[in-house]
Design a protein around this ligand. Structure first.
Ligand code: ADP
Ligand code: MG
Length: 193
């Protein structure tokens, strides 16, 4: 069964990432960040959907700081308390506006940062458990980004999946709702499917 397969791959890759020593996370993240900075899409972006890393995900916090310094709009997803698997998008102007959400992921504080009805992210940096060379992504299994990327808000957004080299494989099991990325970036390469 396809879904069994996803579960198996997810488990294996999550275990592998959990074993990464801190220095390797740091070094890998620095490599990924350097490559992201070479993208014209990054240089020209004024509104970027980004994430706060958990569980050894590529640490993009230096990029968040850079966006704030560049006066770009930093958009981050926020889990909707009333709807499983759904996320709103909100804009935070500094780290003080972030607060831990349901999965202890830092997200824009609902009291300070309203959910945006409309916004136009030029690019989205997206964490993942695994990516394949067709652009497909495996997440934690909630389908959060699949739903978000299917929304109208994201239709002109360049999507970039971020992971370490071992997280990029030839072919993942996919299901009809899985959304593909435009670019995958690891510390070793920028891959355009
Ligand atoms: P992940 O992408 O996090 O690895 P899956 O692709 O396995 O997880 O999706 C998890 C669940 O999310 C699936 O049961 C699927 O039905 C649901 N899902 C994904 N995208 C959508 C969508 N656009 N609308 C409704 N349900 C969705
Ligand atoms: Mg999916």
């Amino acid at each position: 069964m396809v879904d069994m397969n996803k579960t198996t791959v997810r488990k294996r890759l999550l275990e592998q990432r959990a074993k990464l020593p801190h220095e390797q996370i740091l070094k890998g993240s620095q490599g990924v960040i350097e490559l992201v900075r070479t993208l014209a899409e990054w240089k020209n972006a004024s509104e970027v959907l980004i994430y706060w890393p958990i569980k050894g995900e590529v640490d993009v916090r230096p990029l968040i700081t850079e966006l704030w310094q560049r006066n770009c709009r930093v958009l981050m997803p926020r889990c909707r308390p009333d709807a499983f698997g759904e996320m709103d998008i909100a804009c935070a102007i500094c780290e003080d506006e972030l607060t831990p959400g349901p999965f202890t992921i830092m997200e824009p504080d609902a009291e300070k940062c309203p959910a945006l009805e409309t916004c136009q992210p030029d690019m989205a940096l997206i964490p993942g458990v695994c990516f394949d060379r067709r652009g497909y992504r495996l997440g934690f299994g909630g389908g959060y980004y699949d739903r978000l990327l299917a929304s109208d808000i994201m239709k002109n957004t360049v999507t970039i999946g971020l992971g370490y080299d071992f997280q990029l494989v030839e072919k993942l099991p996919v299901q009809p709702w899985d959304m593909a990325m435009d670019i995958i970036c690891t510390e070793e390469e920028l891959w355009r499917p």
